[in-house]
Design a protein around this ligand. Structure first.
Ligand SMILES: CC(C)(COP(=O)(O)OP(=O)(O)OC[C@H]1O[C@@H](n2cnc3c(N)ncnc32)[C@H](O)[C@@H]1OP(=O)(O)O)[C@@H](O)C(=O)NCCC(=O)NCCS
Length: 184
């Protein structure tokens, strides 16, 4: 799917391919003090919830999401989201997040959760703006001792509040994945 560019070259958000993994891994190492290993990304290859944003043929961001069965009300999980520092502040993070949320709606998720460092102001602002609410603080969640905020979004509310983008080409439903990888 190619989206309308506001400025600059067109942005394409599409499912990841093996050839993207090194770029994804490089961005990950730039963005996080506790990066996922390459093999973690490799394990999500082929998952519908693993999307990359490509601008002018270059991978500039990605999102990884999946669903977990939960007594008939599946729970979506935003497991990883990052935009290369040179491409931030241009709406890419929000577009990736919203594409992931659309995919989770199609996968039948009712709720979506994520974990975020309590000091991560840009991510917190994005998640709050999108409707996520903090439900729990987990002390020492990260290796350096920082706490995580667990944030939750009700996807029915999200759609009712018209935050959901018109899915011109919605992501395929993410498959179940037991990978317990955590995010910053
Ligand atoms: C969080 C992240 C993905 C946002 O990506 P981005 O492309 O810069 O975000 P967008 O341009 O789409 O901005 C969306 C919203 O995020 C918030 N935001 C983005 N950058 C911000 C900043 N520097 N300070 C405060 N809020 C910010 C704003 O609410 C913004 O909405 P607005 O443009 O209407 O004000 C990006 O900062 C990033 O990759 N950070 C490092 C990795 C990370 O922390 N990932 C999240 C892990 S939980």
């Amino acid at each position: 799917m190619t989206t309308t560019p506001v400025d600059g070259p067109p942005l394409s958000i599409r499912q990841v391919e093996r050839a993207d993994l090194l770029d994804v891994f490089r961005i990950e190492k730039t963005c996080f003090s506790q990066p996922w290993p390459y093999t973690a990304f490799e394990s999500f290859l082929g998952e519908p919830g693993f999307l990359v944003a490509e601008r002018d043929g270059v991978v500039v961001g990605y999102v990884v999401s999946d669903t977990v069965p939960n007594y008939g009300r599946d729970i979506g999980h935003i497991k990883d989201l990052a935009v290369h520092p040179d491409h931030r502040g241009d709406g890419l993070g929000r577009q990736l997040l919203e594409r992931a949320l659309v995919g989770l709606v199609f996968a039948g998720a009712a709720l979506v959760k994520l974990e975020v460092r309590e000091s991560n102001s840009p991510a917190l602002a994005l998640y709050r703006d999108e409707g996520f609410e903090p439900t729990q603080r987990v002390p020492r969640y990260y290796q350096d001792g920082e706490a995580a905020l667990v944030m939750v979004l009700d996807l029915d509310d999200w759609q009712r509040q018209a935050r959901a983008p018109d899915p011109d080409g919605p992501a395929d439903p993410p498959a179940d994945d037991p990978d317990p990888t955590t995010r910053e």
